[in-house]
Design a protein around this ligand. Structure first.
Ligand code: GTP
Length: 586
């Protein structure tokens, strides 16, 4: 395929607006996949879903298609972008392999938070955007109104919008034609040193990591020795080809093409999204703007039964080895919990804090136990900063007050809002609310709160906004005067009393009474913030049994002895492991 007939594009959309459905229709229409009989399609999707849930394969929908227009065959490469709100950076990376994008908007739901964020990412990358209104078959569809919304939000000319139903197939042909007519061909130099842009990866049990690449310059062949610009590691291409829609070996990839490379990479972590591959001995400048993905959320994981440790370690290794998307905490938690029947405890997530020292050095910490004691007058720390994000929330007007309240309770700043539908009747207007909010405030239940307080109508997106000075402190909990390291927390000063009191109350509830009185305290530095006292109790497990039941008495005493083995001794207080986990779980 000469360059001028190649088109590289993505479908960008808010979740559920029909990205996968449209991709399927495009693949069917071009004969890349067989059109399934009604009903069968569902099954195929279902199968994928089961696989996804079991963590066996997570299919990226990157595929090549051939389509004829004006008697000329075109090679259309559809490049998948991750659908989750937390993968904004990866969306930006996948879009770097494209010249155009289909901006898909649900004609009944209208523009949502992610529609806006992905639009801006595509715009910044200079992509040609083809606006598409989907689901026009729905009775609730309001194509004209949503088109006006797209005009006011994105400056899109309503005349450029394609109206389709990905479900029925109506108008989908026009999408293919627009891809050919409106999106420019990639610009590549076939004589320049080979340069492949790595935008995604898959894991195959037999072949290891499969990198999805876009050939920016030159040609790559089977057997070529290649190297990564980022890791400097070297590989030999064992297999190379296109996704049609599964891997089809072609032994060669030419300029402008999109395809896969299998080169004996063992771990998914070797395939850095955004990395550039080149032939050994023919270095090329890497694609600009590459940054290795950085973990922004941390959590502790414990097996309830400590003898499960090796098994847990093994599973974690396997999950991170095979699947990049497990880098996402929710997916990861779900997978592990499925595998362990909730016999693991994942602690509340924390974020990486930045500690600045007087001598100009800095350090990132993610474990509360490493947090410096700011009340110490000899401290070498000058400032502590926390990661912040710029959040946008789109919500029907009637829920606006609740959203403001939620944002304020999470220390949001710079609140700003405007109407999304310019000049429309107020009764059904939606508002876009933007603010800067600490990352730590959204990593736990923010999204759930947002959904429940808006009856599911709010949509949310956020982007990294760097670090900001913050008044934080380490809160420790003391049982009988002894600190419990595993319970330490990093809290914002404004919330310290509330959090301290709530946790102390909870501890009081879950810790069984001991043979002596136990003070439970929350403290910051040397200052006690909250206190409860657990009164003494002499547990007599045989108290309820009267004479004669000798064997039963013995049995109870035996059980008690067994139970004691499972107690976790903290200070001088015996804490059953279950209670301990209960607290950690929050
Ligand atoms: P994620 O994979 O979660 O990002 O969703 P998606 O954007 O890929 O959406 P998907 O294709 O899974 O579609 C979401 C839902 O909308 C599914 O139930 C589809 O059957 C339905 N859907 C997609 N396109 C249409 C359409 O044109 N009309 C109607 N009525 N339903 C559609």
């Amino acid at each position: 395929f000469p360059l001028d007939v190649i088109r590289n594009f993505s479908i960008i959309a808010h979740i559920d607006h029909g990205k996968s459905t449209l991709a399927d229709r495009l693949l069917e229409l071009t004969g890349t996949i067989k059109k399934k009989e009604t009903g069968k399609n569902e099954q195929v999707l279902d199968k994928l879903k089961v696989e996804r849930e079991r963590g066996i394969t997570v299919k990226a929908q990157t595929a090549s298609m051939v389509h004829s227009s004006n008697g000329k065959s075109h090679l259309l490469n559809l490049i998948d972008t991750p659908g989750h709100v937390d993968f904004a950076w990866e969306v930006s990376r996948s879009l770097a392999a494209c010249q155009g994008a289909l901006l898909l908007v649900d004609a009944s739901q209208g523009v949502q938070a992610q529609s806006i964020s992905v639009f801006h990412i595509a715009k910044e990358r200079g992509l040609t955007i083809i606006p598409v209104l989907n689901k026009i078959d729905l009775p609730a569809a309001q194509p004209e109104r949503i088109a006006a919304q797209m005009q006011s939000t994105f400056g899109i000319n309503p005349a450029d919008i394609l109206s389709i139903s990905a479900k029925t197939g109506k108008g989908v042909e026009s999408v293919l034609q627009a891809v050919i007519d409106r999106i420019p061909a990639p610009q590549s130099d076939k004589n320049a040193p080979a340069k492949a842009f790595l935008f995604d990866s898959l894991y195959d049990r037999y072949r290891g990591v499969i990198s999805l690449v876009n050939i920016q310059n030159g040609i790559l062949r089977k057997g070529d020795k290649i190297a990564s610009c980022h890791t400097r590691k070297k590989y030999e291409i064992a297999e190379i080809g296109i996704m049609y829609p599964e891997e089809v070996s072609t032994d060669i990839l030419c300029p402008g093409q999109v395809g896969y490379i299998a080169c004996n990479m063992k771990e998914s972590s070797e395939a850095h999204i955004g990395d550039t591959l080149h032939r050994v001995g023919e270095p090329v400048p890497p694609m600009p703007g590459f940054k290795p993905s950085k973990a922004m959320v941390y959590a502790g994981i414990f097996p309830v039964d400590s003898s499960d440790f090796p098994k847990l370690e093994e599973s974690i290794k396997r999950l991170t080895l095979t699947d990049r998307s497990t880098l996402h905490m929710d997916v990861f938690r779900q997978r592990l919990e499925d595998e362990y029947d909730a016999n693991i405890i994942i602690t509340a997530p924390t974020v990486p804090y930045k500690v600045l020292y007087r001598d100009g050095t800095e350090k990132f910490i993610s474990n509360p136990t490493e947090f410096p004691d700011m009340s110490d007058s000899t401290t070498k720390v000058s400032e502590i900063q926390e990661p912040i994000v710029k959040a946008s929330i789109i919500v029907p007007e009637e829920y606006f007050g609740d959203m403001m309240e939620l944002c304020y309770s999470r220390r949001a700043e710079e609140l700003d809002h405007r109407y999304l539908d310019a000049g429309s009747d107020a009764s059904s207007s939606r508002i876009i609310l933007t603010c800067v909010i600490p990352l730590s405030e959204i990593v736990t239940d923010f999204f759930d709160q947002l959904k429940s307080r808006s009856s599911g109508f709010a949509s949310f997106d956020y982007e990294d906004a760097g670090y900001q000075k913050s008044d934080l402190a380490k809160m420790v909990f003391l049982l009988n005067g002894k600190p419990v390291d595993a319970l330490a927390l990093i809290v914002h000063r404004s919330a310290q009393d509330t959090i301290g009191r709530a946790w102390v109350k909870k501890l009081h509830k879950v810790i069984p009474r001991q043979l002596f009185e136990v003070p439970i305290q929350a403290a910051i530095g040397k200052k006690v913030i909250a206190r409860e006292t657990l009164s003494a109790n002499r547990a007599d497990v045989t108290a309820g049994l009267y004479g004669g039941h000798y064997e039963r008495k013995l049995k109870h005493l035996e059980n008690q002895k067994e139970g004691k083995k499972r107690l976790k001794r903290i200070g001088t207080v015996d804490l059953p492991q279950e209670a301990f986990f209960d607290i950690l779980k929050r």
